[in-house]
Design a binder for this molecule. Sequence first.
Ligand code: UT7
Length: 331
Amino acid sequence: MSKITAAITAVGAYLPDFRLTNKVLETMVDTSDEWITTRTGIQERRILKDKDKGTSYLAIKAAEDLIAKQNLDPKEIDLVLLGTATPDMPVASTAVYVASKIGATNAFAYDLQAACSNFLYGMSTAARYIESGRYKKVLLIGADKMSSILDYTDRTTCIIFGDGAGAVLFEPNTEGFGLIDEYLRSDGTGREYLKIEAGGSLMPPSEETVKNKKHFVFQDGKSVFKFAVSNMADVAAKIMERNDLTHDDVQWLVPHQANKRIIDATARRMELEEAKVMMNIERYGNTTSATLPLLLHDYEKQLKKGDNLVFAAFGGGFTWGAIYLKWAYNS
Ligand code: UT7
């Protein structure tokens, strides 16, 4: 029997309509369109304005987009994995709710949490289930309502993040397409630099935590930048090297969208020309778990069967890594 690999066979996405532009942010905090554009590459981000809608809303929409495009019977889905840093609630898995709402009544489901590496690590998890031969259809969703955890008076974080969701379907392949190799890393000494301090078991919610804004994202941007820039480039170079890939062999870099300067540095290290680098940070900002599937969605029509894709991400924790995947279909 030929080896089973886990191939991506469909993509879906959802972005809320409201666009928060740099110009509007100029009226909210002490910043400028020029600073944001040159330091990050971001021009606008999407925000889910409805107060009564959480991350599940975004995830359901992205999954429904995929299901409709693929004409998929949701009852055939075996597993729903949801990568998110902003679950609907701390307890009661958001993935389970999403699976029920999309009609995946024969699936089991659970959430994954590795900050901005959620989707990358999720690809690894999804692939293991498929490679086992036991599961045939794994739906991996990356979704975040980042606006729910941002302090819109803090210019160092509120300009960066946006809301959105993307979904991919993994299925078995016996022709050598799909996930080929992965190099995943983490380092717990990094958690001081990018975190939400309160709301967990270490610092439960209290009047004081609310008053001191401990439920919002804190980021020491300069330190995170330093780690991200070297580590993302390192893992991307490493995965190329150990799979004997030169820059000519790689058709696409699919990089986490945190900062255009980090993406450029990774591409330079891989010696990849700009046309091979997927980028949509200017339109969506950093959507945390959704950056990678949103790129696949935006570039899907340009992808060809057999293309070599290198995914790379870096996030809070710290968590980071790279994945080498062979694209399995023409749109
Ligand atoms: O996705 C998860 C992983 N996250 C990342 O990979 C993010 C990594 N970090 C970054 O992308 C960048 O560090 C930031 C975009 C967050 C910040 O850019 P930077 O070039 O590293 O700026 P900085 O923090 O070194 O700050 C430079 C200056 C400071 O002023 P002084 O001290 O030089 O006077 C900041 O106070 O820019 C100031 N500044 C701002 N100015 C205008 C910080 N934020 C802003 C702002 N508008 N929004």
